[in-house]
Design a protein around this ligand. Sequence first.
Ligand SMILES: Nc1ncnc2c1ncn2[C@@H]1O[C@H](COP(=O)(O)OP(=O)(O)OP(=O)(O)O)[C@@H](O)[C@H]1O
Length: 322
Amino acid sequence: MIEAVGLTKRYGPSTAVEDLSFTVRPGVVTGFLGPNGAGKSTTMRMILGLDAPSAGAVTVNGRRYADHPAPLREVGAMLEARAAHGGRSAFHHLSALAATHGIPRARVEEVVDLVGLRAVAHRRVGGFSLGMGQRLGIANALLGDPATLVLDEPVNGLDPEGVLWIRTLLTSLAAEGRTVLVSSHLMSEMALTAERLIVIGRGRLIADTSVEEFTRGASGRTVRVRTPEAARLGRLLAELGARISGGDRPDVIEVAGADSERIGRLAADHGVPLCELTPQQASLEEAFMELTRDAVEYQSPPRRPRPESRPESRPEPVEEPA
Ligand SMILES: Nc1ncnc2c1ncn2[C@@H]1O[C@H](COP(=O)(O)OP(=O)(O)OP(=O)(O)O)[C@@H](O)[C@H]1O
């Protein structure tokens, strides 16, 4: 279990992490999400005792990392995959690390197999591909058979097979009762791997929730309506307080603030024929971006809607004479 209470980190005048409190429980994978610069790595570094908090505290199984007598056996971490010396072989690197912690050689053999590096274990790490480097980083983290794992962007740069491998590995490590905290800035990937999510932005907690709740909150927020009387229905809905935006074609509007039933009844009351009425499920990526929009450090300029997609500039549909 990882517990952060009022965790804060300041670098000179800027605050990287501010008053962050959360608990990461064993048995499930917890995704740690936030846009670039949100403070994920800084938080992870504080969990691992690599950075001292300016205020607050973070403990792993009730103790600060540095207070554990054998931290490698307690917490396995991958902060930077390329932490191994390029001239060494993977096997040599892992053996040296194991020796400093009294970990038997048999465990080195075990983790080499576990991460699928057997065929290249005696090759120089300097010649490893990104994916092989990531696997070595994971082997490092697993070496002490720790109850807690902290991994910073483990799927970064991996091919689909590697991504699937990490996903399966993390889920099975959590199923063994371990605490697994995995950072990412990819919501869609975390939705497939994690059961819980901690979302931060500009160093502050934005959400601490289950993926299921997050998914539920993200869905059904707009309704796609296709009708030959799009402009008239749009006006009727706007009068009721719904927000209307243009769709992907002239006879389509996207409606927020009114559900399908209300739209359907209103259309029926006014004799507006409906060809389609579809609640839209926002993608998790969209929901994540919306949630963290104000917390993004570097923003692209907003995209201006194309004039023809704005309902007010759309010509009134010609109604067929009865
Ligand atoms: N050693 C440091 N000195 C000064 N500022 C720092 C330092 N380390 C991090 N920061 C700042 O703290 C903030 C949080 O950075 P951090 O690397 O923790 O974010 P992150 O969420 O891991 O981002 P990314 O997804 O880009 O890796 C950023 O504004 C960063 O510039």
